[in-house]
Ligand binder design. Structure first.
Ligand code: SIN
Length: 526
């Protein structure tokens, strides 16, 4: 097995991982990227922008209040204060790294407004191509930084842990050769879990593997049940699904049912700009009943579509749609995970030697739901904080070690797992559906040893999401239980869970019996 040693190993090459790498001045950094740099990360696909209180009348405290309001009583206030107050200086850093934000005629940054923001504070680049421009700028800055070594098409699948300290990771390089990468500090920046679900707007590579690696090593995860489903993924049979940005609804695009009737005004005062989970549920219930739902931007955007929304325009044209003249078929899809590896305000996990950042981390900023355009903000702010913490602690000397990876096998059931999760743990959940999904996963896990390392990791994340969803017997933010449709003030607390606790919970169930019990106790959907 080839050995690599470095000061800091960063697993994942989205915005959070790259900002962290760029800020680790003076240390040797190895970035492991599952795909070529700039591809395969959700950051690059982000159409929405980056929120920061940069307007003359705005203030980080206003941004903080909006963030906490959307989090439905679960946000960690200190973490939310960190991103909202440090955001503006990170925007300046991005500009220094070469990022071009959209500007008004007089050269000032153009600030847009999105749902649940009380001020204009969303920065975009090239209209709906913010993520692409962000990753271009960070990628180029990286090329100018010789102490950062990027291993592209390299798949890390297991952490190296000795004496309760994380010391690196096992990986396979682009040619399938085994690598053992040892490091003084390891940063998990592997992104979200959307790729686990049958319908997602995330790259397939964003399938929670970093969470599973951390959990297997003993790290605590948090808020795993909170998955945000974006209401308007473009439904033209392409997977992962291209996104029709919320900004289209911000411009006045309307949601229509199969008969061409607009349905959101009857559901929520804010109609199409109601909270994402409300809009997603309204669409989901129609599609589940066999209807089609469409996003109609013909009047609101019309001929300006190609200039204003070049990314969505490209997706539509590739599918033979002309959104200037026809409505876009849409359906909800897994978009963002509020949960992840439990970390503190410096991005430190519960394991010595392991940090997490970006969507893979759970700082608690987003609580039960995420304010639009706060994800890239969190990624860049915490990217810098993690780097500062590592630099301060001087985790410089890599530790030499010689353990062997434990994962092996060749079987992969990713597609059945994706279908199972979207059905049982998607926009709406119920006890019976969650138990059934858990029983299937336990059944698959009993066949352990035969699965690929990647699929074995997916099963771990899936069961931790399901167990967390079972344990939250209420509806809140991104988590909707149709057997407990109300928010219960007594459950306004975060779930923190380890893999050991998850397995103990499952061992305590008689899954066959509980499925029957759950069916009996299941209430009528709201
Ligand atoms: C969107 O453009 O609709 C997505 C923005 C976000 O998820 O923050």
């Amino acid at each position: 097995m080839e050995q690599i040693s470095t000061d800091v190993l960063i697993i994942g090459a989205g915005a959070a991982g790259l900002v962290c790498a760029l800020e680790l001045e003076g240390l040797d950094v190895c970035v492991v990227a599952k795909a070529p740099l700039g591809e395969g990360s959700s950051s690059a696909w982000a159409q929405g922008g980056i929120a920061a209180a940069m307007g003359e009348d705005d203030h980080p405290e206003h941004h903080l209040k909006d963030t906490l309001d959307v989090g439905v009583e679960l946000s960690c206030k200190d973490a939310a204060r960190v991103i909202t107050h440090e955001g503006p200086e990170l925007i300046e850093a991005l500009i220094q790294w070469g990022m071009n934000f959209d500007r008004c005629d007089v050269g000032k940054l153009r600030l847009g407004r999105e749902a649940a923001h009380s001020f204009r504070r969303i920065l975009h680049a090239n209209g709906d191509s913010t993520g692409k421009e962000l990753m271009r700028a960070l990628g180029q800055a990286l090329m100018r930084t010789p102490q950062i070594n990027v291993l592209e098409n390299c798949h890390a699948y297991e952490l190296i842990v000795e004496n309760a300290r994380v010391k690196g990771a096992f990986a396979k390089d682009a040619l399938g050769n085994d690598l053992q990468i040892t490091a003084g500090a390891v940063v998990m920046a592997t992104g979200g879990v959307g790729g686990l679900f049958g319908y997602t707007t995330n790259p397939q590579t964003a399938c929670g593997e970093g969470l599973a690696m951390a959990a297997r090593a003993g790290a605590r995860l948090a808020d795993m049940e909170f998955v945000q489903f974006h209401p308007t993924a473009i439904d033209v049979g392409i997977k992962p699904m291209p996104l029709a940005t919320e900004a289209l609804r911000g411009e006045g695009a309307e949601l229509l049912d199969s008969r061409g009737v607009r349905f959101m005004p009857a559901i929520h005062d804010d109609a199409e700009l109601a909270p994402r989970d409300v809009v997603a549920r309204a669409i989901w219930r129609r599609t589940k009943a066999g209807e089609k739902v469409y996003l109609d931007a013909t009047k609101a955007v019309g001929a300006a579509f190609p200039d204003r929304f070049p990314t969505v325009w490209g997706y539509c044209r590739n599918s033979g749609l002309d959104p200037r003249e026809e409505a876009i078929p849409v359906t909800p899809a897994a978009h963002y995970h509020m949960g992840g590896i439990d970390v503190d305000l410096d991005g430190r996990s519960s394991l010595f030697g392991l940090w997490a950042v970006g969507e893979a981390a759970c700082t608690g900023v987003h609580g039960a739901n995420r304010l639009a355009s706060n994800s890239l903000l969190e990624a860049i702010v915490f990217g810098r904080r993690v780097a500062k913490d590592i630099l301060m602690k001087n985790y410089k000397d890599p530790i030499y070690t010689d353990p062997q990876p434990t994962s092996s096998g060749t079987r992969d059931l990713s597609q059945p797992l994706a279908d199972l999760l979207y059905k049982a743990c998607g926009v709406e959940r119920s006890e019976s559906g969650l138990y059934e999904a858990l029983a299937q996963i336990v059944d698959w896990q009993d066949q352990k040893g035969s699965f690929t390392p990647s699929f074995a990791n997916k099963l771990i994340v899936a069961k931790m999401i399901i167990v967390s969803a079972l344990e939250r017997r209420e509806s809140r933010g991104g988590h909707f239980r149709n057997d407990y449709p109300q928010t219960d003030p007594k459950q306004a607390r975060r779930h923190k869970i380890t893999l050991r606790e998850t397995d103990a919970f499952i061992r305590g169930l008689n899954l066959g019996t509980d499925i029957q019990g759950a069916e009996k106790s299941c209430q009528k959907p709201a």
